[in-house]
Design a protein around this ligand. Structure first.
Ligand code: MSP
Length: 515
């Protein structure tokens, strides 16, 4: 892989407060950015808000607000929330920002001039929730499958983006590049859509202003605004600094999009063909996650079962919440969210395993070694744990190739378990009481401290707060931005004063009512 990495989250509709779905994409992107930095790559991320279209107009009208005022407020709420949680992107794009609007218009004109856009009469069933015309397949019992509402019949003169002529090309791209759309189940889903073209066709990319004027005006026809998806996808280019930023090409060459499965079609079909029409290369990966469900139903604003990330932080601490989300979802599949499961997982892995390892190690260092990382008498215990660390780290590397965060974390926690077992087996509290046992105590506790340093490094992308805290308590720098994967086997220098501190992960109480 090259020296650059660029990841995007979806840009969130500015009609809903941040919930678990948005938070999850941000956590994944944040973890990936930290992961690539740990490997010495320059990493950059983009998130944002999707502010045009009927959905925003409807939501603003309900509150009696102009759409621009409404979306600015919700957009600011997203920015504030994610900043507070420490999972902001490097750059945040609002689709109402002048530089973005300028990009959309420039691209529309270019693609129009190159013969990719045509005016046609169109009749169909439109879902405002999806912001598009539905096909048979999108509906169940006459309702939109995703929004459970009846779509409206509409007849309009629309500009069409002539994407259907590229379906064969796109199929070839996906078939020739395993991993382009991942996990593979989604590549297969896209290939199935492309094989059965009855549900696809060309893409309507305009809305008459007589019906909707909250959007980017088409530069070649001022009576129409741009379809919100055509506008939204271009935010990824705006975020990367299109067209003039000197880093734009480099970033674009290394781009990975993280999305939820409901927006597969625009990303896997519209977007690569739009990029082809613009003469730009496609993304390196489209990484698709499943839904967080509560009682088997997707968490969403329209279903009213939102989970507020700030409330979760308040109740359980953000890192426990972050850990649970990364550990419980197998990337690509759906997962069920429950506070009871969060508490159970955090207590088992974080409080009882990792947190306990940290506090017992530092306690013993204080009691038996004067509170400083001891000088080992024998390198063997550290070397034994190094072998374990190396094999777990190799596993983490392999799992992260395919975004299996849950397996990566399982491997790291297994290493923490191994360090705990090392303490149990060597029992330094017993050795300390034996004649001449001091040397063994030093070697055992040195190896445990070094193991904790390795855990802090391995965990840094996943739980940056805990990783920094472990590092600090070992007398090392709390700022891990300069840490590198290659430091894993570089032994800890003895002599630094350790700090026991409060429990890293206090045991959590289960929620009062089962959730
Ligand atoms: N604005 C579009 C995306 C445009 S990207 C160029 C959009 N916005 S959204 O706010 O509705 O959804 C944003 C993301 O959140 C999507 O990836 C969606 O899959 C994700 N999630 C929304 N609810 C979710 C869950 N309950 N679980 C996991 N992610 C889900 O779509």
């Amino acid at each position: 892989m090259s020296g650059s990495y660029y990841v995007t989250t979806p840009i969130y509709y500015a009609n809903a407060e941040p919930h678990i779905g948005h938070t999850f994409s941000n956590i994944v992107a944040d973890t990936l950015v930290r992961w690539h930095r740990l490997h010495g790559r320059e990493a950059f991320s983009v998130s944002g808000t999707d502010e045009h279209g009927e959905k925003m107009v409807e939501a603003a009208a309900k509150l009696g607000e102009p759409p621009g005022v409404f979306t600015a407020r919700i957009s600011a709420l997203h920015q504030r929330t994610f900043a507070e949680l420490g999972i902001s992107a490097s750059r945040f794009v609002r689709t109402t920002a002048p530089e973005h609007v300028r990009n959309v218009q420039e691209i529309l004109q270019r693609v129009y001039d190159a013969g990719w856009i045509e005016l046609r009469e169109y009749e169909g069933l439109y879902c405002v929730g999806c912001e598009r015309f539905l096909t048979e397949r999108d509906m169940l019992d006459g309702k939109c499958r995703d929004h459970e509402r009846v779509p409206e019949p509409r007849r309009e003169r629309n500009y069409f983006f002539l994407m259907s002529r590229e379906f064969g090309w796109l199929r070839g791209q996906i078939e020739a590049n395993p991993g382009l759309v991942r996990p593979a189940r989604y590549a297969n889903e896209v290939l199935a859509m492309l094989r059965d073209e009855s549900g696809l066709g060309d893409l309507s990319i305009s809305r008459p202003k007589s019906r909707l004027d909250w959007g980017v005006e088409l530069p070649f026809d001022r009576d129409h605004v741009c379809y919100v998806w055509f506008d939204a996808l271009i935010s990824y280019l705006t975020g990367a600094g299109y067209p003039d930023d000197p880093r734009f090409r480099e970033r674009w060459g290394a781009v990975e999009h993280v999305i939820g499965k409901d927006i597969l079609k625009p990303h896997a079909i519209f977007w690569p063909i739009m990029l082809k029409a613009m003469g730009l290369p496609s993304y390196r990966h489209l990484s698709v996650h499943g839904y967080w469900n509560v009682d088997a139903r997707k968490v969403s604003k329209s279903l009213g079962n939102m989970i507020d990330p700030l409330a979760m932080r308040e109740r359980y601490g953000f890192e426990a919440f972050r850990y649970y989300l990364l550990r419980e979802m197998s990337f690509g599949l759906d997962a069920d969210f429950s506070e009871a499961a969060l508490v159970q997982r955090a207590n088992a892995d974080l409080a009882n395993n990792l947190g306990n390892l940290l506090s017992r190690t530092l306690n013993l260092v204080e009691k038996l070694c004067g509170g400083t990382v001891p000088e080992p008498a024998d390198p063997a215990p550290r070397e034994r744990l190094d072998a374990e660390a190396r094999s777990r780290a190799d596993k983490v590397l392999r799992e992260m190739e395919d975004l299996r965060f849950h397996e990566a974390l399982t491997a790291i926690l297994a290493f923490s378990d191994a360090v705990n077992r090392h303490l149990d087996a060597d029992a330094p509290w017993k050795a300390a009481k034996q004649e001449g046992g001091a040397a063994q105590v030093r070697s055992t506790l040195y190896a445990a401290c070094n193991g904790l340093r390795q855990i802090s490094l391995l965990l840094a992308p996943f739980l940056p707060g805990a990783a920094a805290e472990i590092s600090q308590r070992l007398g090392l720098p709390g700022d891990l931005s300069g840490a590198r994967w290659s430091d894993l086997l570089r032994p800890l220098a003895p002599g630094a004063p350790v700090r026991k501190g409060a429990p890293l992960f206090p045991r959590l109480e289960p929620p009062a009512a089962a959730s």
